[in-house]
Design a protein around this ligand. Structure first.
Ligand SMILES: Cc1cc2nc3c(=O)[nH]c(=O)nc-3n(C[C@H](O)[C@H](O)[C@H](O)COP(=O)(O)O)c2cc1C
Length: 360
């Protein structure tokens, strides 16, 4: 479960009957625009020639919380049935954990009762529900004028040039606003795929026009809540805001963001803190970077163990895997950022309304 006022949880398995999401606390009256939801779900399928060959339509079926095209205020439950499933190979390797995947740790955690087919509940397929939850979050944020956009900042050693907020928010490329870097990224993913290997990367996600005051003390800390949201995405290995780890190398005089008035509004002249001070938004763009490891399922021979036979073995994997998770993960990161911000926004809104109430 993620969120406090607006919450969601995921269910399903990669090769089970379906994957799905239950979202609680969605305000009534949000219109279901299937085209918008499908655009994000299509984006989550990644770049066609560089993604797994598994074909799923992933059209959400709403089982609850939606009536006559609008949310009712009840729990929203959406599922997508798994159709293109081939579990035969997973039966063969069920006792041989894939290095880098959840197979071994899940086997230990669930005493071998876990659904091991296609990574079970740890599969990237479960991100269907994150993207659906993200739709409702975005609709809430849109009413507040808050926009969120993520893109591939780097893949392997290919990095984007310095991009302005306008470049990021006005680009039509769903994966990366820097055309030159994008083409190099595609080349790198293709080359890595041909080698039977995989590559990681960094997704940068930016939220614009966030009012100052979202987040708060301790468990309300915006950085903590956003970080948890990002780390819940499989294959995430690092999260940073603003200057992030680089801030540790600077002096206070270099890292602090000086304040100024701009048209009567307090702004900061730089945004090294990434829009968050004391776990609370300061009104500047919120800038987060999320690092993804290379996909663990690769086609090169790897050392593993046979848990049943109790001996070391060589693993030569077969199957359908993504050579790079980053393109598929971009809308997932956007959805998680939107959801966490929408939850904080709704809580902030209740205090704001309360503050403005006159005693009757
Ligand atoms: C959108 C998405 C797609 C993914 N596709 C694959 C895949 O094809 N093969 C794979 O081994 N891992 C894939 N993963 C990552 C695994 O789910 C993840 O590495 C695994 O559950 C282990 O968790 P951890 O990496 O967080 O430790 C994907 C993750 C995401 C977010």
């Amino acid at each position: 479960m993620i969120g406090r006022l607006l919450r969601f949880s995921l269910f399903g398995e990669s090769h089970g009957r379906s994957v799905g999401v239950q979202i609680d606390g969605v305000p009534p009256g949000i219109k279901i625009e299937e085209k918008k939801i499908m655009t994000e779900l299509e984006r989550r399928k990644g770049i066609p020639e560089l993604s797994t060959k598994r074909k799923e339509t992933d059209r959400p079926e709403f089982l609850s919380g939606v009536f006559k095209g609008y949310t009712t205020g009840g729990p929203v439950v959406a599922i997508a049935k798994n159709k293109d499933v081939d579990s035969s190979y997973y039966e063969k390797i069920r006792n041989i954990p894939r290095p880098g995947h959840s197979d071994y740790s899940a086997y230990m955690k669930y005493f071998g009762f876990n659904d091991y087919r296609g990574g079970g509940m740890f599969s990237g397929r479960l991100t269907f529900g994150i993207v659906v939850a993200g739709y409702f979050a975005r609709e809430i944020l849109a009413k507040a004028g808050i926009r969120v956009k993520a893109y591939a900042k780097s893949i392997g050693n290919i990095k984007t040039e310095r991009l302005s907020l306008k470049d990021v928010f006005e680009s039509n490329n769903p994966y990366c606003p820097d055309d030159l870097a994008y083409n190099q990224m595609l080349e790198l993913i293709k080359k890595t795929k041909d080698e039977g290997d995989s590559v990681g990367g960094i997704v940068e996600s930016i939220a614009l026009d966030v009012p100052p005051g979202l987040g708060g003390f301790f468990e309300d800390d915006l950085e903590a809540n956003l970080s948890k949201a990002f780390f819940m995405i499989p294959a995430v290995k690092g999260v940073e805001f603003g200057l992030g780890f680089k801030a540790s190398e600077l002096k206070g005089s270099e890292a602090n963001d000086p304040f100024a008035f701009n048209k009567g509004k307090v702004v900061t002249k730089t945004n090294n803190c990434g829009g968050i001070l004391g776990g609370i938004s300061d009104g500047m763009p919120i800038i987060a970077r999320v690092a993804f490891k290379p996909t663990s399922s690769i086609f090169k021979e790897q050392d593993s163990v046979d848990l049943q036979a109790g001996k070391d073995v060589k693993l030569n994997l077969k199957g359908r895997f993504d050579p790079c998770i980053v393109p598929k993960a971009i809308p997932v990161v956007e959805a998680m950022m939107s959801f966490s911000l929408a939850d904080s926004y709704l809580r902030w809104l209740s205090w704001k309304e309360f503050k403005n109430l006159e005693r009757k």
